[in-house]
Design a protein around this ligand. Structure first.
Ligand SMILES: CCC/C=C/C(=O)SCCNC(=O)CCNC(=O)[C@H](O)C(C)(C)COP(=O)([O-])OP(=O)([O-])OC[C@H]1O[C@@H](n2cnc3c(N)ncnc32)[C@H](O)[C@@H]1OP(=O)([O-])[O-]
Ligand SMILES: NC(=O)C1=CN([C@@H]2O[C@H](COP(=O)(O)OP(=O)(O)OC[C@H]3O[C@@H](n4cnc5c(N)ncnc54)[C@H](OP(=O)(O)O)[C@@H]3O)[C@@H](O)[C@H]2O)C=CC1
Length: 306
């Protein structure tokens, strides 16, 4: 397959699409969360970034707030700790006012044979993704419900919530749990005007994720390579940002409980489908047709009727 170059994707949204929104991005010091923060600010939002590395958070805030000084705030929070999450959420409410939106983006993952994982390794990944998303979502929602305010929760998942994935089993399990949380809370909290959705991007290369998921020449696999993606390329941060802006905006107040894949068709071309037959030649297809027609003919000759 020919690798396509990523298109420059100008924002289809007005620069005030998120005006008045106050968005928390967990895992905002690096990778997708960090890059996304700038797009949210450019569309009018104020942004709060959480993570465990203070230096990276400060750099990320400076970068994202370049166009609108004062629009990005940071706090060091380990989202696996419900006490830290609740305290930091309280500080946002007290010092800046209520959030309008939460983006559960922090993640933990590495490739490993499942039989080699220690209980602590399993817990390091699952507690970050599952417990962290739950603690953060509920800390915001309890305050929205008490204040009678609407809110929007969005989580950053993967297509493994539908397919599972070998060699990243704790992450696949925990992301599936957050997918279940998304559907469950959407139904429970719609009456409070709280929407709960998720995105499931295909690969968008970031430094740390690739260090964890494709650390050596031999670790290259379909999950991180472009050659199994029908679109012939990986996704871009701008494309993810546009989906996130739409879902966090007031454009779709009736949209809740959904996990939306954006993967260039990668999941649908997975091993469960015949997508890889795209490599066959005309001669290969002629041979296939001849073989299958011959088998049909044998079968037909054996029929007693019809
Ligand atoms: C298509 C792309 C989709 C993208 C998905 C993503 O999410 S990409 C997102 C990518 N971004 C991130 O992942 C960002 C956050 N990631 C992190 O902070 C770290 O990478 C972390 C996940 C290891 C957690 O760190 P921590 O400080 O909380 O924990 P710790 O260091 O104390 O280790 C705990 C246990 O894990 C064990 N263990 C560790 N590595 C391996 C290994 N390779 N093999 C086996 N085991 C390993 C370690 O030995 C220990 O067990 P032990 O020996 O005590 O029984
Ligand atoms: N890149 C990709 O192709 C895809 C990524 N995703 C998802 O996107 C999200 C971001 O991934 P990406 O940007 O690539 O990877 P990064 O490793 O750059 O981002 C993960 C972030 O999570 C933060 N984090 C981890 N543990 C905690 C914790 N306990 N408390 C607070 N913050 C924490 C990390 O910061 P710190 O270590 O400082 O705490 C880091 O900033 C993940 O959920 C990932 O699963 C989904 C599909 C594809």
């Amino acid at each position: 397959m020919t690798a396509q170059s990523a298109p420059q994707a100008p924002s289809p949204f007005a620069s005030h699409a998120l005006a008045g929104k106050r968005v928390l991005v967990t895992g905002g010091g690096s990778g997708l969360g960090r890059a996304l923060a700038g797009h949210l600010v450019a569309h009018g939002a104020d942004v709060h970034l959480w993570g465990r590395r203070e230096g990276m958070l400060r750099e990320a805030a400076q970068e994202a707030a370049a166009g609108r000084p004062g629009s990005v705030h940071v706090a060091t929070v380990d989202i696996r700790r419900s006490d830290q999450v609740d305290e930091a959420m309280g500080a946002i409410w007290a010092e800046h006012g209520p959030l309008t939106s939460v983006f559960n983006n922090a993640g933990a993952n590495f490739i490993a044979r499942t039989e080699d994982l220690s209980p602590r390794a399993f817990e390091a990944v699952t507690s970050t993704i599952m417990d962290g998303s739950y603690f953060t979502s509920t800390a915001a929602a309890r305050r929205w419900i008490a204040d009678g305010l609407p809110g929007s929760i969005l989580s950053n998942l993967t297509t493994w919530v539908w397919t599972g994935s070998a060699f990243v089993v704790p992450a696949a399990m925990a992301k599936a749990a957050v997918h279940a949380m998304t559907m469950s809370l959407a139904a429970e909290w719609a009456r409070h005007r709280i929407r709960v959705n998720a995105v499931a991007p295909g690969p968008i290369p970031t430094d740390y994720a690739w260090a964890m998921l494709n650390p050596t020449d031999k670790s290259s696999s379909g999950a991180t390579q472009t050659d199994r993606i029908p679109a012939g390329r990986t996704g871009t941060v701008a494309e993810l940002a546009h989906l996130v802006i739409f879902l966090l905006s007031d454009a779709c107040a009736y949209l809740t409980g959904q996990t939306i894949a954006m993967d260039g068709g990668q999941m649908l071309a997975g091993p469960g489908t015949f997508a890889e037959l795209a490599k066959l030649t005309d001669a290969d297809w002629a041979e296939i047709r001849a073989q299958s027609k011959a088998a049909s003919a044998v079968s037909a000759a054996q029929r007693a009727v019809g």
